[in-house]
Design a protein around this ligand. Structure first.
Ligand code: DIG
Ligand code: MN
Ligand code: MN
Length: 391
């Protein structure tokens, strides 16, 4: 039944083929669901109101497909995507399934593997461009270690930078309208992954030949796994102008990557994330890199997909209510009035010796500043009541 939480194309919700197509296989058990045909997945996602579908190269084209088989598969998929009224906003490379990548791809100590990873990625970038993808994601699932006994981490960083620089130049040489989005994760499937958080990736991007072409694809579960605040990670990414894409899902802290339905574990944090994205005017795809519980059948998969999108729309409405709630806005206005009552020089004015001296000479009402409450208990309780549906 359609209601105000039914997704529309302009909500820009997307799913990877590997998400709704997840078969439930895990390290301890066989699949609980059959493999899903990519064209069928596209049709179903179109029915649900999704905007787009994303893919790794081998989600669509088998690793050992001939060029003729590849072209036939791509032609059929392009038609299914068009018939479903979808687009393909993002593509990426599977540099983690084949045993070749057992010790990494771009950071492998074997130069043969690093070269093969470049070849595979260039072909996958060509596929993404052919499908219209304008964002290309790099998630280094095997770029890491279980022991430091062999590879020097400095070599790993150097090789990863060489690969991304080379591939940026390849995209420019091909004239593709494409930007790169780097996706950090702290661990799994390797014991530890290089570039584990948003902060590490932002620092890495600054060392590239073409940093303007490279941003981030932060994932809710990946920062949350290590106990970090994903809303802060996205705020810093936005402030740096680097939120090129985002992977939405949910996760319990200090667990393996669970890729749960969006909002299903941390509703308050998911709410503040939606509020940040909406307040910031983020207009990129909202990609659900998530999967249905292994317990589910196909009906459960589509319930999972609907839930991901509905929860985002519910939180978007709650964010609008937050911005219109007189009591909440009254507290914010009072806090802001106090916080902006300062009439002296600030760091934002820029440095001068005169400013420094004025600041050093200024007297502050220490007692008043030290005893002023912030009313956050009231404010957060109002947010909770908004989320719990009692206001
Ligand atoms: C895992 O979180 C990774 C892979 O699923 C994919 O390469 C990337 C794109 O969403 N996320
Ligand atoms: Mn994940
Ligand atoms: Mn992801």
């Amino acid at each position: 039944m359609a209601d105000q939480y039914t997704p529309q194309k302009n909500d820009k919700f997307t799913f990877g083929l590997w998400t709704v197509g997840n078969t439930g296989r895990d390290a301890w058990g066989e699949p609980t669901r059959p493999t899903m045909d990519p064209e069928y997945a596209a049709r179903q996602l179109g029915e649900l109101g999704a905007y787009g579908v994303n893919l790794h190269d081998n989600d669509l084209v088998p690793f050992d497909a001939t060029p003729q088989e590849r072209d036939k598969i791509v032609t059929g998929f392009k038609k299914a995507v068009a018939d479903a009224g979808l687009v393909v906003p993002m593509a990426t490379t599977n540099l983690f399934s084949n045993p070749i990548f057992r010790d990494g791809a771009f950071t492998s100590s074997d130069a043969n593997v690093r070269a093969f990873a470049l070849q595979k990625t260039m072909n996958a970038i060509d596929l993404g461009a052919e499908l219209g993808a304008e964002t290309y994601v790099f998630w280094g699932g095997r770029e890491g270690t279980e022991t430091e006994a062999y590879r020097d981490g400095r070599d790993a960083v150097k090789w990863f930078r060489e690969a991304i620089n080379f591939l940026c130049a390849y995209v420019q040489d091909q004239g593709y309208n494409m930007r790169f989005a780097m996706e950090p994760k702290p661990n799994e499937p390797r014991g530890d992954l290089y570039f584990p958080t948003v902060g590490h990736m932002l620092a890495f991007i600054a060392t590239l030949d073409n940093p303007d072409m490279v941003g981030l694809n932060p994932e809710f579960a990946h920062e949350t796994m290590t106990g970090l605040n994903f809303v802060h990670a996205v705020a810093q990414t936005l402030e740096a102008g680097k939120l090129f894409h985002i992977d939405l899902n949910d996760q319990q802290m200090a667990r393996f990557d669970q890729d749960f339905r969006f909002g299903s574990e941390n509703p308050k944090r998911a709410f503040f994330l939606v509020k940040l994205l909406e307040d910031s005017g983020y207009d990129g795809p909202k990609h659900y890199d998530a999967k249905a519980y292994r317990t589910e059948d196909e009906d459960g998969v589509w319930a999972f997909a609907r839930g991901c999108m509905r929860t985002y729309l519910i939180f978007r409405e709650k964010a609008q209510r937050f911005n219109q709630d007189a009591e909440i806005q009254g507290i914010l206005a009072e806090l802001q009035q106090g916080d902006e009552s300062y009439d002296g020089p600030t760091a934002g004015d820029g440095y001068s010796a005169e400013t420094a001296q004025t600041l050093k000479d200024r007297s502050f009402d220490i007692q008043a500043l030290a005893t002023k409450g912030r009313r956050y208990e009231e404010l957060d309780q109002l947010v909770m009541e908004l989320l719990l549906g009692v206001r």
